[in-house]
Design a protein around this ligand. Structure first.
Ligand code: 5CA
Length: 162
């Protein structure tokens, strides 16, 4: 039996992934994958394997900053500010939608309306398989840390709170 068609937002992520030449497949779950904890429970993986795609805003230049953090970690915003050379502030929901084209809870690492500066939590690099949001609060896809680096053009950094 064929699977039901993806919602439009999830389809956009699938198309973006294919544009990079990957055959990662977006999966929609009946249960919520809105938070890292929800996603881990629905998938049956560890919270650490969930990639949180978090949007911040550079306080001076105003540009979008995408932080790809392990679901097990909290972002050290001051450390990120030092890395980027200017402070960052957590984005408001309207800014998230404007720069990514997606609503909080489903923000994927790729396929954004505006290309953000991207930083990748070093802890993700030690894992074999990780899962990221795919446009909706029920859609995710599995990938490798190396693929995450390639599709986001992100810099691997120490961004977690001690
Ligand atoms: N689909 C899941 C697992 S991949 C997901 O998107 N998780 S997430 O962690 O990447 O996205 C939820 C995040 O959105 C929260 O951790 C939080 O940082 C952010 N968020 C939630 N509410 C708000 C809000 N009101 N304003 C700004 N950011 C928010």
């Amino acid at each position: 039996m064929s699977e039901p068609a993806l919602k439009d937002s999830a389809k956009r992520v699938q198309v973006a992934l294919e544009g990079f030449g990957f055959d990662f497949r977006v999966r929609e779950f009946p249960a919520s994958t809105r938070s890292a904890e929800d996603a881990a429970a629905a998938i049956g993986c560890s919270v650490a394997q969930i990639v949180k795609s978090l949007i911040f805003q550079a306080a001076e230049s105003g540009g979008p900053v995408l932080i790809l953090a392990s679901g097990a970690n909290r972002v050290d915003e001051a450390a990120v500010g030092r890395l980027l050379g200017e402070p960052i502030v957590r984005a408001k929901p309207d800014f998230v939608r404007e720069v990514t084209g997606f609503a909080i809870g489903g923000v994927p690492p790729v396929g954004h309306s505006r290309k953000p500066t991207a930083l990748i939590d070093r802890d993700l690099m030690a894992l074999e398989e990780i899962w990221a949001a795919a446009g909706t609060p029920n859609a995710v896809f599995a990938l490798t840390p190396e693929a995450l680096c390639r599709i986001t053009e992100g810099t691997v950094a120490d961004i977690k709170q001690a």
